[in-house]
Design a protein around this ligand. Structure first.
Ligand SMILES: Nc1ncnc2c1ncn2[C@@H]1O[C@H](COP(=O)(O)OP(=O)(O)O)[C@@H](O)[C@H]1O
Ligand SMILES: [Mg+2]
Length: 432
Protein backbone atom coordinates (compact mmCIF):
# COMPACT_ATOMS: atom_id res chain seq x y z
CA UNK A 1 0.00 0.00 0.00
CA UNK A 2 3.00 2.28 0.22
CA UNK A 3 3.64 4.98 -2.39
CA UNK A 4 0.03 5.37 -3.27
CA UNK A 5 -1.73 8.69 -3.36
CA UNK A 6 -4.50 9.19 -0.75
CA UNK A 7 -7.00 8.66 -3.57
CA UNK A 8 -5.79 5.09 -4.01
CA UNK A 9 -5.34 4.15 -0.39
CA UNK A 10 -7.69 1.56 0.90
CA UNK A 11 -8.48 -0.76 3.77
CA UNK A 12 -9.90 -4.20 3.26
CA UNK A 13 -12.40 -5.34 5.86
CA UNK A 14 -13.39 -8.95 6.48
CA UNK A 15 -10.03 -10.29 5.31
CA UNK A 16 -7.01 -11.49 7.27
CA UNK A 17 -3.70 -9.60 7.19
CA UNK A 18 -1.94 -12.40 5.34
CA UNK A 19 -4.62 -12.57 2.67
CA UNK A 20 -4.55 -8.79 2.26
CA UNK A 21 -0.82 -9.09 1.64
CA UNK A 22 -1.39 -11.81 -0.91
CA UNK A 23 -4.46 -10.53 -2.75
CA UNK A 24 -4.60 -6.81 -1.98
CA UNK A 25 -7.98 -5.43 -2.94
CA UNK A 26 -8.80 -8.17 -5.41
CA UNK A 27 -12.17 -9.80 -4.74
CA UNK A 28 -13.52 -6.95 -2.67
CA UNK A 29 -16.49 -4.62 -2.81
CA UNK A 30 -15.90 -0.88 -2.74
CA UNK A 31 -18.45 0.34 -0.19
CA UNK A 32 -17.37 3.89 0.51
CA UNK A 33 -14.78 5.96 2.36
CA UNK A 34 -13.81 6.41 5.99
CA UNK A 35 -14.99 9.42 7.91
CA UNK A 36 -11.98 11.28 9.27
CA UNK A 37 -13.51 14.25 11.09
CA UNK A 38 -16.51 15.02 13.23
CA UNK A 39 -19.45 17.16 12.16
CA UNK A 40 -22.11 17.03 9.52
CA UNK A 41 -19.83 17.44 6.48
CA UNK A 42 -16.88 15.32 7.49
CA UNK A 43 -13.59 14.92 5.67
CA UNK A 44 -13.40 11.56 3.95
CA UNK A 45 -10.34 9.37 3.88
CA UNK A 46 -9.33 6.09 2.36
CA UNK A 47 -11.53 3.69 0.45
CA UNK A 48 -13.25 0.95 2.36
CA UNK A 49 -13.30 -2.37 0.58
CA UNK A 50 -15.08 -5.44 1.91
CA UNK A 51 -13.93 -8.98 1.17
CA UNK A 52 -16.35 -10.97 -0.97
CA UNK A 53 -14.02 -13.74 -2.06
CA UNK A 54 -14.57 -15.81 1.08
CA UNK A 55 -17.72 -16.77 2.96
CA UNK A 56 -19.18 -14.27 5.40
CA UNK A 57 -22.21 -13.66 7.50
CA UNK A 58 -22.98 -9.97 7.21
CA UNK A 59 -25.67 -8.03 9.00
CA UNK A 60 -26.90 -4.64 7.81
CA UNK A 61 -29.02 -2.72 10.31
CA UNK A 62 -30.53 0.72 10.54
CA UNK A 63 -33.86 2.33 11.01
CA UNK A 64 -36.38 2.49 8.18
CA UNK A 65 -35.10 4.72 5.42
CA UNK A 66 -31.60 4.52 6.89
CA UNK A 67 -29.98 3.18 3.74
CA UNK A 68 -29.98 -0.62 4.14
CA UNK A 69 -31.42 -1.43 0.73
CA UNK A 70 -29.13 1.22 -0.75
CA UNK A 71 -26.11 -0.52 0.76
CA UNK A 72 -27.35 -3.90 -0.50
CA UNK A 73 -27.55 -2.36 -3.97
CA UNK A 74 -23.96 -1.14 -3.67
CA UNK A 75 -22.92 -4.70 -2.85
CA UNK A 76 -24.81 -6.01 -5.88
CA UNK A 77 -23.13 -3.41 -8.09
CA UNK A 78 -19.77 -4.52 -6.77
CA UNK A 79 -20.44 -8.23 -7.35
CA UNK A 80 -21.23 -7.37 -10.96
CA UNK A 81 -17.92 -5.55 -11.35
CA UNK A 82 -15.58 -8.28 -10.22
CA UNK A 83 -12.91 -9.43 -12.64
CA UNK A 84 -14.02 -12.42 -14.67
CA UNK A 85 -12.00 -15.06 -12.79
CA UNK A 86 -13.64 -14.09 -9.50
CA UNK A 87 -17.09 -13.39 -10.86
CA UNK A 88 -17.41 -16.81 -12.46
CA UNK A 89 -16.71 -18.49 -9.10
CA UNK A 90 -19.56 -16.63 -7.41
CA UNK A 91 -23.29 -16.77 -7.77
CA UNK A 92 -25.40 -14.07 -6.15
CA UNK A 93 -29.05 -14.37 -5.23
CA UNK A 94 -30.86 -11.35 -3.84
CA UNK A 95 -34.28 -11.75 -2.28
CA UNK A 96 -36.23 -8.62 -3.13
CA UNK A 97 -39.33 -8.23 -0.98
CA UNK A 98 -40.07 -4.66 -2.07
CA UNK A 99 -39.38 -4.76 -5.80
CA UNK A 100 -36.51 -2.28 -5.94
CA UNK A 101 -33.45 -4.08 -7.22
CA UNK A 102 -34.50 -4.22 -10.87
CA UNK A 103 -33.52 -0.51 -11.09
CA UNK A 104 -29.91 -1.69 -10.95
CA UNK A 105 -30.34 -2.08 -14.71
CA UNK A 106 -30.84 1.69 -15.10
CA UNK A 107 -27.90 4.13 -14.92
CA UNK A 108 -28.13 6.73 -12.16
CA UNK A 109 -28.53 9.83 -14.30
CA UNK A 110 -30.05 11.66 -11.32
CA UNK A 111 -26.83 11.85 -9.31
CA UNK A 112 -24.22 12.58 -11.98
CA UNK A 113 -22.65 15.42 -9.95
CA UNK A 114 -22.35 13.40 -6.76
CA UNK A 115 -20.87 10.47 -8.66
CA UNK A 116 -18.39 12.85 -10.29
CA UNK A 117 -17.13 13.94 -6.87
CA UNK A 118 -16.25 10.32 -6.24
CA UNK A 119 -14.63 9.91 -9.65
CA UNK A 120 -17.51 7.69 -10.78
CA UNK A 121 -20.21 7.92 -13.40
CA UNK A 122 -23.68 6.46 -13.99
CA UNK A 123 -23.59 2.90 -15.25
CA UNK A 124 -25.92 0.01 -15.79
CA UNK A 125 -25.47 -3.16 -13.72
CA UNK A 126 -25.96 -6.57 -15.20
CA UNK A 127 -28.58 -8.33 -13.09
CA UNK A 128 -31.16 -10.97 -13.96
CA UNK A 129 -34.62 -10.41 -12.53
CA UNK A 130 -36.67 -13.54 -11.88
CA UNK A 131 -40.29 -13.51 -10.76
CA UNK A 132 -42.67 -16.29 -9.75
CA UNK A 133 -44.09 -17.76 -12.92
CA UNK A 134 -47.75 -17.21 -12.11
CA UNK A 135 -47.22 -13.59 -11.00
CA UNK A 136 -45.74 -12.24 -14.21
CA UNK A 137 -48.74 -10.05 -14.92
CA UNK A 138 -48.27 -8.22 -11.62
CA UNK A 139 -44.79 -7.18 -12.78
CA UNK A 140 -45.90 -6.32 -16.29
CA UNK A 141 -48.60 -4.06 -14.84
CA UNK A 142 -45.96 -2.34 -12.72
CA UNK A 143 -43.69 -2.07 -15.79
CA UNK A 144 -40.90 -3.90 -14.03
CA UNK A 145 -38.51 -5.37 -16.60
CA UNK A 146 -38.44 -9.11 -15.98
CA UNK A 147 -35.85 -11.42 -17.50
CA UNK A 148 -37.49 -14.70 -16.71
CA UNK A 149 -39.97 -16.50 -14.51
CA UNK A 150 -39.14 -19.28 -12.08
CA UNK A 151 -41.05 -22.15 -10.53
CA UNK A 152 -40.31 -24.52 -7.70
CA UNK A 153 -40.88 -28.25 -7.87
CA UNK A 154 -43.87 -29.16 -5.77
CA UNK A 155 -42.38 -32.43 -4.52
CA UNK A 156 -39.52 -30.51 -2.88
CA UNK A 157 -41.95 -29.53 -0.16
CA UNK A 158 -42.00 -31.95 2.75
CA UNK A 159 -45.19 -32.59 4.66
CA UNK A 160 -43.92 -30.64 7.67
CA UNK A 161 -43.39 -27.66 5.38
CA UNK A 162 -46.90 -27.93 4.01
CA UNK A 163 -48.16 -28.02 7.57
CA UNK A 164 -46.23 -24.88 8.47
CA UNK A 165 -47.31 -23.18 5.25
CA UNK A 166 -50.98 -23.88 5.93
CA UNK A 167 -50.57 -23.28 9.67
CA UNK A 168 -51.89 -26.75 10.46
CA UNK A 169 -50.73 -29.15 13.12
CA UNK A 170 -50.37 -32.92 13.30
CA UNK A 171 -53.42 -33.00 15.53
CA UNK A 172 -55.92 -31.24 13.23
CA UNK A 173 -58.07 -33.48 11.13
CA UNK A 174 -56.85 -31.52 8.13
CA UNK A 175 -53.25 -31.87 9.24
CA UNK A 176 -53.61 -35.62 9.58
CA UNK A 177 -55.20 -35.81 6.16
CA UNK A 178 -52.47 -33.68 4.63
CA UNK A 179 -49.72 -35.90 6.00
CA UNK A 180 -51.46 -38.99 4.70
CA UNK A 181 -51.97 -37.46 1.25
CA UNK A 182 -48.39 -36.28 0.81
CA UNK A 183 -47.13 -39.68 1.92
CA UNK A 184 -49.46 -41.35 -0.52
CA UNK A 185 -48.59 -39.27 -3.60
CA UNK A 186 -44.90 -39.72 -2.83
CA UNK A 187 -45.36 -43.45 -2.57
CA UNK A 188 -47.29 -43.79 -5.81
CA UNK A 189 -45.71 -41.08 -7.94
CA UNK A 190 -42.27 -40.43 -6.48
CA UNK A 191 -41.45 -36.81 -7.30
CA UNK A 192 -43.75 -36.53 -10.28
CA UNK A 193 -46.88 -35.04 -8.83
CA UNK A 194 -48.54 -31.64 -9.02
CA UNK A 195 -51.61 -29.93 -7.62
CA UNK A 196 -53.96 -32.01 -9.77
CA UNK A 197 -52.60 -35.25 -8.33
CA UNK A 198 -52.68 -33.95 -4.75
CA UNK A 199 -56.23 -32.67 -5.08
CA UNK A 200 -57.54 -35.87 -6.63
CA UNK A 201 -55.81 -37.91 -3.89
CA UNK A 202 -57.64 -35.81 -1.28
CA UNK A 203 -60.96 -36.25 -3.06
CA UNK A 204 -60.46 -40.00 -3.26
CA UNK A 205 -59.54 -40.36 0.40
CA UNK A 206 -62.03 -42.58 2.18
CA UNK A 207 -61.05 -41.98 5.82
CA UNK A 208 -61.38 -38.22 6.23
CA UNK A 209 -64.60 -36.28 6.72
CA UNK A 210 -66.15 -34.28 3.90
CA UNK A 211 -65.48 -30.92 5.52
CA UNK A 212 -61.78 -31.59 6.16
CA UNK A 213 -61.36 -32.78 2.60
CA UNK A 214 -63.04 -29.71 1.16
CA UNK A 215 -61.03 -27.37 3.38
CA UNK A 216 -57.74 -28.97 2.37
CA UNK A 217 -58.64 -28.92 -1.31
CA UNK A 218 -59.32 -25.21 -0.95
CA UNK A 219 -55.95 -24.62 0.63
CA UNK A 220 -54.19 -26.37 -2.23
CA UNK A 221 -56.23 -24.39 -4.76
CA UNK A 222 -55.04 -21.18 -3.08
CA UNK A 223 -51.44 -22.44 -3.06
CA UNK A 224 -51.78 -23.12 -6.77
CA UNK A 225 -52.88 -19.54 -7.36
CA UNK A 226 -49.57 -18.27 -5.88
CA UNK A 227 -48.07 -19.29 -9.18
CA UNK A 228 -44.80 -20.64 -7.89
CA UNK A 229 -45.17 -24.42 -7.56
CA UNK A 230 -45.28 -26.77 -10.48
CA UNK A 231 -44.93 -30.46 -11.11
CA UNK A 232 -41.64 -29.78 -12.87
CA UNK A 233 -39.88 -26.89 -11.19
CA UNK A 234 -36.72 -25.12 -12.29
CA UNK A 235 -33.40 -26.70 -11.43
CA UNK A 236 -31.37 -24.88 -8.84
CA UNK A 237 -28.47 -24.71 -11.33
CA UNK A 238 -30.67 -22.60 -13.57
CA UNK A 239 -31.54 -20.24 -10.77
CA UNK A 240 -28.08 -19.84 -9.21
CA UNK A 241 -25.73 -19.52 -12.16
CA UNK A 242 -22.01 -18.82 -11.90
CA UNK A 243 -21.10 -15.20 -12.64
CA UNK A 244 -24.67 -14.10 -12.42
CA UNK A 245 -26.56 -11.80 -10.13
CA UNK A 246 -30.08 -13.02 -9.78
CA UNK A 247 -32.78 -10.91 -8.24
CA UNK A 248 -35.62 -13.05 -6.93
CA UNK A 249 -38.41 -10.51 -6.85
CA UNK A 250 -41.14 -11.67 -4.46
CA UNK A 251 -42.75 -8.26 -4.03
CA UNK A 252 -45.95 -9.56 -5.68
CA UNK A 253 -46.70 -11.32 -2.40
CA UNK A 254 -46.50 -8.11 -0.41
CA UNK A 255 -49.98 -6.94 -1.33
CA UNK A 256 -52.17 -9.92 -0.65
CA UNK A 257 -53.16 -11.16 2.77
CA UNK A 258 -52.46 -14.85 3.21
CA UNK A 259 -49.62 -14.89 0.72
CA UNK A 260 -46.81 -13.91 3.09
CA UNK A 261 -45.99 -17.57 3.55
CA UNK A 262 -45.09 -17.81 -0.11
CA UNK A 263 -42.01 -15.63 0.28
CA UNK A 264 -40.98 -17.71 3.23
CA UNK A 265 -41.28 -20.96 1.31
CA UNK A 266 -39.40 -19.57 -1.70
CA UNK A 267 -36.48 -18.48 0.46
CA UNK A 268 -36.64 -21.68 2.49
CA UNK A 269 -36.60 -23.98 -0.53
CA UNK A 270 -33.94 -22.05 -2.43
CA UNK A 271 -31.79 -21.95 0.69
CA UNK A 272 -32.23 -25.66 1.28
CA UNK A 273 -31.42 -26.69 -2.30
CA UNK A 274 -28.40 -24.40 -2.47
CA UNK A 275 -27.10 -25.78 0.80
CA UNK A 276 -27.48 -29.40 -0.33
CA UNK A 277 -25.83 -28.74 -3.66
CA UNK A 278 -22.94 -26.81 -2.21
CA UNK A 279 -22.26 -29.64 0.24
CA UNK A 280 -21.99 -32.07 -2.68
CA UNK A 281 -19.87 -29.80 -4.83
CA UNK A 282 -17.63 -28.95 -1.95
CA UNK A 283 -16.67 -32.63 -1.78
CA UNK A 284 -15.93 -32.60 -5.51
CA UNK A 285 -13.74 -29.52 -5.10
CA UNK A 286 -11.82 -31.07 -2.22
CA UNK A 287 -11.25 -34.25 -4.22
CA UNK A 288 -9.85 -32.19 -7.09
CA UNK A 289 -7.61 -30.27 -4.76
CA UNK A 290 -6.27 -33.49 -3.25
CA UNK A 291 -5.65 -34.83 -6.76
CA UNK A 292 -3.52 -31.75 -7.43
CA UNK A 293 -6.02 -30.07 -9.71
CA UNK A 294 -7.55 -26.62 -9.47
CA UNK A 295 -10.27 -26.20 -6.92
CA UNK A 296 -13.30 -25.67 -9.08
CA UNK A 297 -16.65 -27.22 -9.77
CA UNK A 298 -19.75 -26.43 -11.74
CA UNK A 299 -21.41 -24.96 -8.70
CA UNK A 300 -20.06 -21.60 -7.62
CA UNK A 301 -19.82 -20.11 -4.16
CA UNK A 302 -23.12 -18.58 -3.28
CA UNK A 303 -23.99 -15.25 -1.74
CA UNK A 304 -27.56 -14.74 -0.67
CA UNK A 305 -28.72 -11.24 0.12
CA UNK A 306 -31.91 -11.03 2.13
CA UNK A 307 -33.62 -7.68 2.61
CA UNK A 308 -36.08 -7.39 5.51
CA UNK A 309 -34.47 -10.45 7.02
CA UNK A 310 -36.56 -10.37 10.21
CA UNK A 311 -39.43 -11.73 8.10
CA UNK A 312 -37.46 -14.84 7.24
CA UNK A 313 -35.52 -15.32 10.46
CA UNK A 314 -37.93 -14.21 13.16
CA UNK A 315 -37.06 -14.55 16.81
CA UNK A 316 -40.26 -15.98 18.26
CA UNK A 317 -42.20 -17.25 15.29
CA UNK A 318 -42.48 -20.29 13.10
CA UNK A 319 -40.97 -19.87 9.67
CA UNK A 320 -39.96 -22.33 6.99
CA UNK A 321 -36.95 -20.29 5.98
CA UNK A 322 -35.71 -19.91 9.56
CA UNK A 323 -34.20 -23.35 10.08
CA UNK A 324 -32.58 -23.25 6.64
CA UNK A 325 -31.08 -19.79 7.07
CA UNK A 326 -29.85 -20.71 10.55
CA UNK A 327 -27.86 -23.49 8.89
CA UNK A 328 -26.37 -20.94 6.50
CA UNK A 329 -25.50 -18.67 9.38
CA UNK A 330 -24.06 -21.39 11.60
CA UNK A 331 -22.20 -23.68 9.21
CA UNK A 332 -22.41 -22.03 5.77
CA UNK A 333 -18.75 -21.09 5.78
CA UNK A 334 -17.58 -24.66 5.18
CA UNK A 335 -19.62 -25.30 2.01
CA UNK A 336 -18.99 -21.74 0.80
CA UNK A 337 -22.31 -20.08 1.52
CA UNK A 338 -22.43 -16.43 2.46
CA UNK A 339 -25.39 -14.50 3.65
CA UNK A 340 -26.12 -10.80 3.96
CA UNK A 341 -29.08 -9.99 6.16
CA UNK A 342 -30.62 -6.53 6.20
CA UNK A 343 -33.16 -5.53 8.83
CA UNK A 344 -34.64 -2.50 10.52
CA UNK A 345 -35.72 -4.70 13.43
CA UNK A 346 -32.69 -6.50 14.87
CA UNK A 347 -34.79 -6.98 17.98
CA UNK A 348 -37.17 -9.19 15.97
CA UNK A 349 -34.34 -11.11 14.32
CA UNK A 350 -33.21 -14.51 15.57
CA UNK A 351 -30.31 -13.80 17.95
CA UNK A 352 -28.01 -16.30 16.19
CA UNK A 353 -28.15 -14.14 13.08
CA UNK A 354 -26.68 -11.36 15.17
CA UNK A 355 -24.17 -13.32 17.21
CA UNK A 356 -22.81 -15.24 14.21
CA UNK A 357 -22.17 -12.27 11.97
CA UNK A 358 -18.54 -11.44 11.23
CA UNK A 359 -19.31 -8.24 9.40
CA UNK A 360 -21.69 -5.76 10.96
CA UNK A 361 -22.77 -2.72 8.99
CA UNK A 362 -25.11 -0.36 10.78
CA UNK A 363 -26.81 2.76 9.60
CA UNK A 364 -28.36 5.04 12.20
CA UNK A 365 -30.58 3.38 14.77
CA UNK A 366 -32.77 5.13 17.30
CA UNK A 367 -34.99 2.45 18.80
CA UNK A 368 -33.57 1.30 22.12
CA UNK A 369 -34.74 -2.34 21.90
CA UNK A 370 -33.04 -2.63 18.50
CA UNK A 371 -29.84 -1.06 19.77
CA UNK A 372 -29.96 -3.41 22.76
CA UNK A 373 -30.30 -6.39 20.40
CA UNK A 374 -27.14 -5.55 18.47
CA UNK A 375 -25.29 -4.69 21.67
CA UNK A 376 -25.03 -8.46 21.99
CA UNK A 377 -22.18 -8.10 19.53
CA UNK A 378 -20.15 -5.70 21.54
CA UNK A 379 -16.67 -6.93 20.74
CA UNK A 380 -13.64 -6.34 22.95
CA UNK A 381 -12.25 -3.76 20.55
CA UNK A 382 -15.31 -1.58 20.98
CA UNK A 383 -14.62 1.11 23.52
CA UNK A 384 -17.95 2.84 23.92
CA UNK A 385 -21.62 1.95 23.67
CA UNK A 386 -23.41 1.75 20.35
CA UNK A 387 -25.52 4.75 21.39
CA UNK A 388 -22.45 6.97 21.39
CA UNK A 389 -21.42 5.91 17.91
CA UNK A 390 -24.89 6.61 16.57
CA UNK A 391 -24.81 10.04 18.17
CA UNK A 392 -21.53 10.80 16.45
CA UNK A 393 -22.83 9.65 13.08
CA UNK A 394 -23.64 12.56 10.70
CA UNK A 395 -27.41 13.02 10.29
CA UNK A 396 -27.38 12.93 6.52
CA UNK A 397 -28.15 9.59 4.88
CA UNK A 398 -25.50 7.21 3.75
CA UNK A 399 -23.29 6.85 6.80
CA UNK A 400 -22.61 3.56 8.45
CA UNK A 401 -20.71 2.03 11.29
CA UNK A 402 -18.80 -1.11 10.36
CA UNK A 403 -17.44 -3.61 12.87
CA UNK A 404 -14.80 -5.85 11.46
CA UNK A 405 -13.58 -8.83 13.44
CA UNK A 406 -10.57 -9.25 11.19
CA UNK A 407 -9.03 -5.83 11.66
CA UNK A 408 -10.65 -5.63 15.11
CA UNK A 409 -11.66 -2.11 14.34
CA UNK A 410 -14.71 0.06 14.18
CA UNK A 411 -15.07 2.15 11.08
CA UNK A 412 -17.31 5.12 10.40
CA UNK A 413 -17.95 5.07 6.69
CA UNK A 414 -19.70 7.19 4.10
CA UNK A 415 -21.30 4.83 1.60
CA UNK A 416 -20.42 5.70 -1.99
CA UNK A 417 -23.13 6.89 -4.42
CA UNK A 418 -24.78 4.35 -6.67
CA UNK A 419 -23.95 3.72 -10.31
CA UNK A 420 -27.53 2.72 -10.82
CA UNK A 421 -30.89 4.32 -10.33
CA UNK A 422 -32.14 4.33 -6.73
CA UNK A 423 -35.43 2.48 -6.73
CA UNK A 424 -36.07 3.15 -3.04
CA UNK A 425 -38.03 6.30 -3.83
CA UNK A 426 -40.14 4.70 -6.55
CA UNK A 427 -40.77 1.61 -4.49
CA UNK A 428 -42.70 3.48 -1.84
CA UNK A 429 -45.30 4.16 -4.51
CA UNK A 430 -45.70 0.39 -4.98
CA UNK A 431 -46.27 -0.37 -1.32
CA UNK A 432 -49.77 -1.06 -0.05
N1 LIG B 1 -25.63 6.10 0.89
C1 LIG B 1 -26.63 6.89 0.52
N2 LIG B 1 -26.41 8.02 -0.18
C2 LIG B 1 -27.41 8.82 -0.57
N3 LIG B 1 -28.70 8.58 -0.30
C3 LIG B 1 -29.01 7.50 0.40
C4 LIG B 1 -28.00 6.60 0.86
N4 LIG B 1 -28.60 5.61 1.54
C5 LIG B 1 -29.91 5.87 1.47
N5 LIG B 1 -30.17 7.00 0.82
C6 LIG B 1 -31.49 7.58 0.57
O1 LIG B 1 -32.42 7.17 1.54
C7 LIG B 1 -33.52 6.48 0.94
C8 LIG B 1 -33.91 5.30 1.81
O2 LIG B 1 -32.86 4.35 1.76
P1 LIG B 1 -33.15 2.80 1.78
O3 LIG B 1 -31.89 2.11 1.47
O4 LIG B 1 -34.32 2.48 0.93
O5 LIG B 1 -33.53 2.62 3.31
P2 LIG B 1 -33.90 1.31 4.12
O6 LIG B 1 -33.75 0.14 3.21
O7 LIG B 1 -32.92 1.29 5.25
O8 LIG B 1 -35.29 1.50 4.62
C9 LIG B 1 -33.03 6.07 -0.43
O9 LIG B 1 -34.05 6.03 -1.39
C10 LIG B 1 -32.02 7.12 -0.77
O10 LIG B 1 -32.65 8.20 -1.43
MG1 LIG C 1 -35.18 -1.24 2.61
Amino acid sequence: MAQTSPEEEYSVLGRSESKIEKYGSKGTAYLGKTVLSAGQKPVLGRKIMVDIAEPHVALICGKRGGGKSFTLSILLEEFARQPFEIRQRISVIAIDTVGIFWTLKIPNSRDVKELEKWGLKPETTNVRVLVPSGQKKFYEDKKIPVDDAFTLKISELEETEWLTLFKLSWRDEEGVLLSRIIEKVKETMGTRYGFTEIISAIENDTDAGKLAKQALVNRFRVAKSWGVFEKEGDKIEDIAKPGQITIIDVSAYRQTVGMEGTRDIIVGLLGKKLFEQRMLFRKEEEAKLIAGQKRESAMPLVWMLVDEAHMFMPKDEQSIALSVLLEWVRVGRQPGLSIVLATQRPEKLHPDAISQCDLFISHRMTSQPDIAAVSLLRPSYMHQDFDKYYQQMPREKGYALILDDNTEKIWMVKIRPRFSWDGGVTATAFKD
